[in-house]
Design a protein around this ligand. Structure first.
Ligand SMILES: C[S@@+](CC[C@H](N)C(=O)[O-])C[C@H]1O[C@@H](n2cnc3c(N)ncnc32)[C@H](O)[C@@H]1O
Length: 361
């Protein structure tokens, strides 16, 4: 019996706060394929099947500096611990969206939202779900060469005049052939003369990458791609999500969020505005950041977890990050990231310490 036929079915009692029951099943049990709208989510049956035996750390077609695929198992545990399996997951700053895709392929969620304001990143995701055959053809038929790189870079730089497919492919091509996957400003792997230790095709395995896109396209009815500013996403889309939803925000870093890594970056006021909008959300959420004192201050009301993360942009350096969680979210102990240290909200710590109870952090 192939591993992917081994699923754990989670069914719910009418009281949604109950713990899910798990039943082993020997059939490949996927959620129905249909066009899902926000309105139809409310009517969706509260049941879901978590697929076992797939790779929990899904490899996105896009390489991302600071990509969060290593958090996938932890976020999956959040769905189970909070009894929201079969719900909705949204990433307003999606980038490579590897956590979203791992939840979708593992059937932890019924639907994912992939939002990114960068027009080139958005065009890539849009093409992956709406023109997958054409995108895969371009990937298979385009041999990486310096001449091709210059052509794709020109399309990327004059993006507004290109079609979504052309721009999306240019973003993908540059992401796979540039150093550290930095689309906008990094040079080509191996240099213009291709005399470095690595050549530009080192990360461009055409059949493997088009297979990743085909896999995404097979679930396209459960993927909603948008390209709006995250602040707008929070006020317009996130507010309409059902209670069984989790929003993961991975904004540009406070300290390192400069132009070098991403096409869009934030100043201090943007971080303050996002923290205020996040504080008004009614659904579950989590936010991750670099460990800047200003960010700790903005989210001091919320439970946090500091941890270490190996950045894909530099395999040797370990970054210190922090996650903040919405008030009602149960933060599981399973699969916490390396070096995780939990810290209660400042008000809870004060209350506990005045009552003589030991507190962490
Ligand atoms: C840190 S990366 C996200 C990486 C992602 N978590 C992953 O695992 O691949 C941040 C992403 O947010 C996008 N972004 C930056 N500012 C944004 C904004 N104001 N609204 C929406 N997306 C934004 C960038 O284009 C970039 O792709």
């Amino acid at each position: 019996m192939p591993l992917h036929h081994d699923v754990v079915k989670i069914s719910y009692r009418s009281n949604s706060t109950d713990t899910p029951h798990r039943h082993r099943e020997n059939t490949l049990n996927t959620l129905p394929q249909r066009q899902v709208t926000i309105a139809s989510i409310a009517a969706y049956p509260r049941s879901a099947c978590i697929s076992r035996g797939y790779s929990a750390r899904y490899k996105s077609p896009l390489r991302y500096p600071g990509g969060k695929s290593s958090l996938s198992k932890f976020v999956q545990s959040i769905f189970v611990a909070n009894d929201i399996v079969g719900g909705v997951y949204a990433e307003p700053y999606a980038g490579g969206a590897s956590v979203a895709l791992s939840l979708l392929f593992g059937n932890y969620v019924q639907k994912i939202f992939i939002n990114d304001v960068d027009p080139a990143v958005h065009a890539f995701w849009r093409s992956a779900v709406s023109q997958p055959d054409e995108l895969c053809r371009l990937i298979r038929d385009t041999r990486p060469s310096v001449k091709e790189w210059n052509r794709q870079r020109a399309i990327y730089l004059t993006g507004k005049r290109a079609s979504a497919l052309e721009l999306g492919f240019a973003a993908f091509f540059l992401n796979r052939t540039n150093r550290s996957g930095i689309i906008g400003s990094a040079g080509i792997i191996g240099g213009q003369n291709q005399n470095g230790p690595w050549k530009m095709d080192a990360r461009y395995n055409r059949s493997e990458l088009s297979a990743r896109i085909e896999r995404i396209a097979s679930l396209k009815n459960r993927i909603k791609v948008t390209g709006i500013d995250a602040a707008l996403f929070l006020t317009n889309i996130a507010k309409k999500l059902p209670p069984e939803s989790l929003l993961y925000l991975d904004p540009p870093y406070y300290v390192k969020g400069e132009r070098r890594l991403y096409a869009n970056y934030y100043g201090p006021n943007d971080h303050t505005d996002i923290a205020a909008a996040v504080g008004r959300l009614r659904c579950h959420w989590l936010v991750s950041y670099d460990q800047a004192p200003a960010i700790r201050q903005l989210y001091r009301r919320f439970h946090s977890l500091s941890y270490s993360l190996r950045y894909s942009a530099s395999a040797t350096s370990l970054g210190k990050e922090v996650m903040f969680f919405s008030d009602r979210l149960v933060v599981p102990t399973d699969h916490r990231p390396a070096g995780a240290v939990s810290r209660l909200p400042s008000a809870t710590r004060q209350k506990r310490s005045s009552a003589g109870i030991a507190v962490a952090g």
